[in-house]
Ligand binder design. Structure first.
Ligand code: HEC
Length: 377
C-alpha cells in the first residue's frame, strides 16, 4: 500500500500558478487566436456583407443560407420589362420596356400613320390634336400587347421551336390582347385563330435593333435563340450549395472545435468562480453546434427557413462573444499585477490602433463601397 498523498488545497494548479514559460505560451496562443478571429471577421465582410455594411445583416444571412425570399423568381428579360418604366434607365439594371415605345424605330411613324387613318375615317384631311392623341393611345396599347406577349413566351418556357417557327400561340388569357397587326401570325391575310404571335420577329424588330453588331448594346447580342435563351431562363437563388455547406460544416466542426476546446480548457483552469467557468468554458462549442444546425435548418421552405437563417446572426455572435471572453478573461488570470499592466497597455494600444484603422481605413472603405454600389444602380 502506498502512503496516502499529502492533502493538497488545490490538486490542479490554476493558471497563475503555472511556470512562466507555460503562461507566456498560453498568452501568445490566446492572442494569436484573437487576431485570427478578427481576420475571419474581415473575410466575413468581403464574402457576405452588403456593400456599405461592416458585417452581414440578418437579411444578408438569409440570402446566403436560405436564398431570395418572397420574390417570384423571374428571368432577366421579364425583370427588364416592367409595365411602369418611366424614370428607369434603359440598361441591364433598369428596363427594356421603352424598346416597344419611344425607343422603337417606327414608333412615331406608327402613330402618324394611325392618326392619318383615323382622320380619313372621320372624313378629315389632317388629323387634329384629339385624333393624334387617340392614335397614340391605340399604338401604346398594341405595343403593350407585344410586351405582354414576350413575357408570356418567356414565362411559358421560351420554347425553341416557337422561336424558330416564329409562331407562339397566345395563352387563353391573352387571346384577345390588342397587339400590333404585323406581329400576329397570319394565314391567307388574316390573323390565325386562336391568335399566335411572331415571337422571333418581335425580338428582331424590338430588341435586335440595339442588340446586334453595330447596335447600342452589341456586346449583349439577342439575334438568335441561344443568345435570347440565356436571358429567358429563370435563375433561382437557392442559397449556398449543399456541397459548400457540407464543406464549411466539417471545417467548422473539426478545426474550430479544436480552437474553442483549447481556449475553453485554458479558461477552465482559471480561478474565476466555478459557475462562471461552467457557463463560459463550453459556450463557444455549444453556440457553434447551434449555429451550424441553423445553417442547415435555414434550407427549410418559408417561413421556417428564413427564420432560422436570421437566428444565425445571434448564434454566431454567441460564438464570438464566448471566444472573446475566453481570451480576455484567461489572459488576465494568467498574470498578476505586472502582467495586468502590460495587458492593459497592450489592449489600450490595440484599441487605439483599431480606432485609427476604423476612421482612416475602414470607414472610408465602407463608404466607398457603398457609393460604388449605388452608382451601379
Ligand atoms: C434602344 C436600344 C435598345 C433596345 C431597343 C433594347 N435594348 Fe436591351 N439594352 C440596351 C442597353 C444600352 C443595354 C445595356 C448594355 C450595357 O450594359 O452595356 C441593354 C441591356 C439589356 C440586357 C442586359 C444584358 C446584360 O447581360 O447586362 C438585356 C437582357 C436586354 N437589354 C434585353 C432587351 C430586350 C429583351 C429588348 C427588346 C424588348 C431590348 N433589350 C431592347 C439597349 C437596348
Amino acid at each position: 500500500m502506498n502512503a496516502p498523498a499529502p492533502p493538497s488545497p488545490s490538486p490542479v494548479p490554476t493558471l497563475a500558478e503555472l511556470p512562466l514559460p507555460v503562461r507566456l505560451t498560453l498568452a501568445l496562443f490566446l492572442l494569436s487566436v484573437g487576431l485570427g478571429y478578427i481576420s475571419a471577421l474581415v473575410q466575413l465582410h468581403f464574402q457576405h456583407a452588403s456593400p456599405g455594411a461592416l458585417l452581414p445583416s440578418p437579411e444578408d444571412v438569409v440570402r446566403v443560407f436560405h436564398g431570395a425570399v418572397g420574390e417570384k423568381p423571374q428571368s432577366k428579360i421579364e425583370q427588364l420589362l416592367p409595365e411602369d418604366y418611366q424614370g428607369k434607365k434603359m440598361n441591364g439594371q433598369g428596363q427594356m420596356t421603352a424598346a416597344f415605345f419611344k425607343r422603337s424605330e417606327d414608333y412615331n411613324n406608327a402613330i402618324a400613320e394611325r392618326a392619318r387613318q383615323l382622320a380619313q375615317k372621320q372624313g378629315l384631311k389632317k388629323p387634329d390634336k384629339a385624333i393624334k392623341e387617340a392614335a397614340k393611345a391605340e399604338i401604346d396599347q398594341e405595343r403593350n400587347g407585344e410586351r405582354l406577349a414576350m413575357i408570356a413566351w418567356v414565362r411559358n418556357g421560351a420554347k425553341e421551336e416557337e422561336y424558330t417557327e416564329d409562331n407562339f400561340p397566345l395563352p387563353p388569357d391573352l387571346a384577345h390582347l390588342p397587339i400590333t397587326r404585323k406581329m400576329l401570325v397570319e394565314q391567307n391575310g388574316q390573323p390565325v385563330e386562336p391568335r399566335a404571335v411572331k415571337i422571333q420577329t418581335l425580338f428582331r424588330e424590338r430588341c435586335a435593333t440595339c442588340h446586334q453588331d453595330g447596335g447600342e448594346a452589341q456586346h449583349f447580342p439577342l439575334t438568335n435563340f441561344a443568345e435570347i435563351k440565356k436571358y429567358a431562363s429563370v435563375k433561382t437563388s437557392a442559397g449556398m450549395s449543399l456541397e459548400k455547406l457540407a464543406q464549411t460544416t466539417h471545417v467548422h466542426l473539426l478545426s474550430f472545435s479544436m480552437l474553442y476546446g483549447l481556449t475553453g480548457l485554458i479558461l477552465a483552469f482559471s480561478n474565476y468562480p466555478r459557475w462562471v467557468r461552467t457557463v463560459l468554458c463550453p459556450l463557444p462549442l455549444l453556440a457553434q453546434v447551434v449555429d451550424i444546425s441553423f445553417w442547415w435548418l435555414a434550407r427549410l421552405p418559408e417561413p421556417q427557413g428564413p427564420m432560422f437563417a436570421r437566428c444565425i446572426v445571434y448564434s454566431g455572435a454567441g460564438v464570438a462573444v464566448g471566444l472573446l471572453l475566453h481570451i480576455v478573461l484567461s489572459l488576465f488570470n494568467l498574470f498578476r499585477v505586472k502582467g495586468w499592466l502590460i495587458l492593459v497597455l497592450l489592449f489600450a494600444a490595440a484599441g487605439y490602433a483599431g480606432y485609427e484603422a476604423k476612421i482612416r481605413v475602414i470607414d472610408p472603405f465602407i463608404a466607398q463601397e457603398k457609393s460604388a454600389s449605388t452608382e451601379e444602380k
